[in-house]
Design a protein around this ligand. Structure first.
Ligand SMILES: Cc1cc2nc3c(=O)[nH]c(=O)nc-3n(C[C@H](O)[C@H](O)[C@H](O)COP(=O)(O)O)c2cc1C
Length: 274
């Protein structure tokens, strides 16, 4: 999975080839794996695979991406409880899905804003939401002109400096890039986030990671859900994949009295060898 974290990037232009039968079967296998994966806050995700760009083939209702995605051949959508922790779980589980598909050589992109949520209205019950979807397919050899513009506008390849994201014991002291846990944090840093805002901040204290959200003012207010909660779930998945790779046992636990003005305390990861 670590290789997939390194390799993954958003793909918005797809090739002409349709997904082969065996690829479709692999996607379904990965979906089944994610459905039973344990999420940090105990929510379950329901996933839907569309082997065409239509949400309803019969009525020819095309999944609307407002032209942001070129030639999508298939999509995966999911639904979950519309609460902060539900959305964090969505980020955690859906990113696992994206990384598994990346390992298999498939292109994806998180779409949390630039798709027509209304198309999926029939799937959800009260209190639920389809927060984000992804097209899935073979990446086009050449990214579209529009994709180039999008990436440039949001500086998709840039990341905030390590020393401004990760801290040693408190927010006054930046963490050294030579810290023994730096590699785990780098997996968070290269991860995707909505509009590449990178709202995650982490304090390392002995053998604990404390996750905080530095909200982007006014961001996402027009959406009916907290999009930056998803970013936090993705960060949690990247960090835990790093730990799992090194077989470091951990527990995710919300601690008391960690609130700090300006940052929203989310949860902590405690290494069990403490
Ligand atoms: C929760 C979430 C929502 C996103 N929504 C969109 C979207 O609606 N449209 C889009 O083109 N990209 C979307 N993205 C992709 C980000 O713009 C992208 O991850 C970021 O710019 C970093 O680029 P990279 O994924 O290539 O590393 C979203 C990403 C996340 C995590």
């Amino acid at each position: 999975m670590i290789e997939a974290i390194r390799k993954r990037k958003s793909i918005r232009s797809y090739g002409k080839k349709k997904l082969s039968e065996s690829t479709q079967q692999h996607i379904i296998k990965v979906i089944d794996e994610v459905k039973v994966l344990k999420s940090p806050f105990g929510h379950t995700i329901t996933l839907f695979f569309y082997d065409s760009p239509y949400v309803d083939e019969g009525q020819k209702i095309k999944i609307g991406t407002y032209g942001f995605i070129k030639s999508p051949k298939a999509f995966i959508a999911g639904k979950i409880e519309n609460s902060f922790e539900g959305l964090m779980d969505y980020g955690f589980l859906f990113e696992h899905l994206i990384l598994r598909l990346t390992e298999f050589g498939l292109g994806t992109v998180w779409l949390g804003g630039t798709f027509n949520r209304h198309d999926f209205k029939g799937l959800i019950e009260k209190g639920e939401i389809v927060p984000a979807i992804t097209p899935v397919g073979y990446a086009s050899k050449k990214a579209s002109f529009r994709e180039g513009i999008i990436r440039k506008r949001i500086s998709a390849d840039a990341r905030i400096k390590f020393s401004e994201l990760f801290f040693d014991h408190d927010f006054l002291h930046p963490l050294s890039e030579d810290h023994p846990y730096a590699s785990y944090l780098n997996f968070v840093r290269i991860g995707p986030s909505a509009s590449n805002k990178q709202p995650w901040r982490i304090i390392v204290e002995n053998q604990m990671f404390h996750l905080y959200l530095k909200r982007t003012p006014k961001y996402g207010l027009n959406l009916r859900y907290d999009i930056q909660a998803i970013d936090m779930g993705i960060a949690l998945r990247h960090l835990t994949i790093g730990l799992e790779e090194d077989q470091v046992p951990y527990t995710i636990k919300k601690l008391e009295h960690r609130e700090i003005i300006e940052y929203v305390y989310i949860t902590s990861i405690l290494l069990n060898s403490m």
